[in-house]
Each structure stands twice: as C-alpha cells, then as structure tokens.
Design a protein around this ligand. Structure first.
Ligand SMILES: NC(=O)c1ccc[n+]([C@@H]2O[C@H](COP(=O)([O-])OP(=O)(O)OC[C@H]3O[C@@H](n4cnc5c(N)ncnc54)[C@H](OP(=O)(O)O)[C@@H]3O)[C@@H](O)[C@H]2O)c1
Length: 333
C-alpha cells in the first residue's frame, strides 16, 4: 500500500499556536471503494477559524482530534475515480485533510472549473470567505446606499471583499488594517474611502470619528477586542454590527476584558449579531453566482497571498495571526 505526506495536530495550542503543535507524518492511501475518488491536493486554505477547532471545546464544528489530520478547504485534482459524476482530470473543492494525496467520498465535494476562474479563487472570493463577506454584509448588515460601513481585518480575505461589496452598494467604506501598506492597498486597489492603521493610531475612537463624519451605520467585525470597542463609541441610531470574527482574542489564555456593549446598544437602538457561514447554506449558490458575476465584471478584485509547498501549510496558518497575508492566504502544493 502506498503512503502520502500528512499533517496531524500534535498538541492543542496554548495561546499563540506554534510549529511544534503540528506533526509531519505519513499515512497509508487505501484502495478506492465505490463512490470514492483518489485526489491530489493542489491548493490548501488556511483560516483563522481553524484555531477554534484546535481546542477541545465543542463548537458549531467538532474539535480536531490529536494525532489525526487537520481538515480545511482544499482544491484537489481527481487522479482516479470510482464515482459516476467525476472523472480523472476534474478539479474539486471541499473540506479535505492536510494530505498530499487522499481518498475521499465524491459526495460533499463540488466540481470547480479552472476555465471560469483561477482554481485558488474557489477557496477565496468564490469560496467560504467570499460568501461570508457577501452574506454577512447583506443578510445581517442590511446596508442602505449612502450609509457608512466600517470593516476591521479589512485587508484580509473576508474584509477585502466586504469593503469592495460596500463600494458596489454605494456606501462610505472605512477599513481598519495593521500596516500602512495595507491601508494604502485598501484605498488604491479596493476603492475604500478611508483606511486606518490600528497599530500606529493612538486614539482609535477619534480616528474612526474622523473617518466617519456621519457616524457608523454598519460595522463588519472580523477582529473583536479593543478595535471593536473603539467602533462602539461611533455607532449611529439603528446601526448594525455583524460579528463575523474575533481574531484578536482567539489566542487569549484568559477571557479578555472589554467595554460593556449594553449601554451603547440601548442608547443607539443598535443591534449586534453573530453568525457562521453555514447558517446561510441555502443562499450559498446564489451568493456564489453574484460574486462570480462581480468578479467577471471587474467590480471585485481577488487578492491572494500564495505560499508554495505542502510543508508551508502550518507556517502559513501561523502567519495569519501576524498579519502576513494580504487577501486570502493559500498554500499551493
Ligand atoms: N463567521 C464566519 O462564518 C466566518 C467565516 C470566515 C471567517 N471568519 C472570521 O473572519 C475573520 C477574518 O477571516 P479571514 O479568513 O478573512 O482572515 P484574514 O483576515 O485573511 O487573516 C487574518 C487577519 O487578521 C488580522 N489580525 C491578526 N491578528 C490580529 C489582531 N490581534 N488584531 C487585529 N487584527 C488581527 C491580520 O491583519 P492585520 O495586518 O490587519 O492585523 C490578518 O491578516 C476571522 O476572525 C475569522 O475567524 C468568520
């Protein structure tokens, strides 16, 4: 029986994850059964939410087991098929193991077309992060033309798409990111109206007030923590906060102290709603069609940071917490 390179979770991270939390090993490739595919990994998505699956706490997805492969969004090529719907040479997208080669059931995988979009785009703007941006903003943020949208984590996979959709919908868009280069990219590449570097800004509350002269109507929150506290001081009557992510606290060892949101929400009749993208599963297909249309029309840019090589997967994941990506972080295998 042949074997393949595989990455296991070795330790549950304590605080910031480190390379030694991962184990490079080999695993056996079993024989193909009916309905199964032999797949060769081409692109791997690394995502901040995977951090949540590395701890032993039940969530909307079960925790990863120790000494078993990590699973994330992958694009793979069909090398051999025992399934009617897919043939050798087809490409599929799905939740698959961090293995160079693997056998998987065809059910649950989606065929993707490399002639319609670059394969990696199906992990970003046309995949989970693009859908999160589109459905989180439109279904929860409910933006109206002329309103002000603030996006944190604005230069990342979700945030960069949120801001660009905000411009398509006619909003005043303000992005918050961690370097001057990223802030410049938000404005010059993605058309944001204003950008704030949270690492070099002393008073975020004032900076947000300056960038949002009419206050904040929609806050798309990817980071939580102190940045989001500062936004609260600037929210408008009937504003909406989309609680998408809280990367600034994912590695905390203790529960963070934060401003109490309740008086702000009461005073401003404001709402806050968390979500996970699977909540909108019935809208994924129409969302993908809309995103693909905007991409083809050139209204949305697909920005990626691509790392090369299977061995780079854990480091690429760690680098998300250091802000080393612009747009979607992807590993090309
Ligand atoms: N609810 C859902 O269904 C759903 C789905 C997908 C993603 N998410 C969440 O959405 C957020 C963005 O995900 P993504 O895939 O698009 O990742 P991403 O934004 O592409 O990458 C993470 C970015 O977060 C920023 N960051 C890291 N540490 C930070 C800190 N301490 N404070 C502030 N910013 C920090 C970094 O940018 P800077 O250089 O700007 O710091 C980094 O580039 C994550 O919180 C993720 O968990 C939620």
């Amino acid at each position: 029986m042949s074997t393949t390179k595989t990455i296991h979770l070795k330790h549950r991270p304590n605080g910031m994850p480190v390379l030694t939390d991962f184990d490079f090993t080999t695993s056996e490739i079993p024989e193909l059964l009916q309905g199964e595919l032999l797949l060769s990994t081409k692109f791997v998505s690394v995502d901040p939410y995977l951090r949540g699956r590395m701890i032993d706490t039940p969530s909307y997805t079960p925790p990863f087991k120790l000494n078993e492969p990590i699973v994330s969004g992958l694009i793979a090529e069909v090398v051999e098929s025992n399934s009617n719907g897919l043939s050798k040479g087809d490409f599929v997208s799905g939740m698959l193991a961090w293995k160079e080669t693997q056998v998987a059931k065809a059910d649950g995988l989606m065929k993707v077309d490399p002639d319609r979009a670059p394969l990696s785009a199906y992990l970003g703007v046309l995949g989970m992060t693009g859908l999160t941006a589109f459905l989180g903003l439109t279904e929860i943020g409910k933006p109206k033309k002329g309103e002000t949208l603030v996006v944190s984590g604005a230069a990342g996979a979700v945030g960069s798409v949120v801001g660009q959709i905000g411009k398509i919908l006619g909003l005043h868009v303000v992005g918050i990111a961690g370097t001057d280069e990223k802030v410049e990219m938000l404005k010059s590449d993605f058309g944001f109206d204003e950008g704030i570097n949270y690492k070099s800004t002393e008073n975020m509350t004032k900076a947000i007030a300056k960038a949002c002269p009419d206050g904040v109507d929609v806050y798309f929150d990817n980071v939580g923590g102190e940045i989001s506290d500062a936004v609260l001081f600037n929210i408008n009557k009937f504003s909406r906060t989309v609680n998408c992510g809280a990367i600034s606290v994912y590695n905390n060892k203790e529960t963070p102290k934060s401003v109490s949101v309740h008086p702000f929400l009461i005073r401003k009749s404001s709402s806050m709603q968390g979500f996970v993208i699977i909540d909108f599963a019935d809208k994924h297909y129409e969302g993908m069609i809309q995103l693909a249309t905007w991409l083809m029309e050139g209204k949305i840019k697909n920005t990626e940071t691509i790392r090369e090589g299977f061995e780079q997967i854990p480091q690429a994941f760690l680098d998300l917490f250091e802000g080393k990506n612009k747009g979607k972080m992807i590993v090309k295998v």
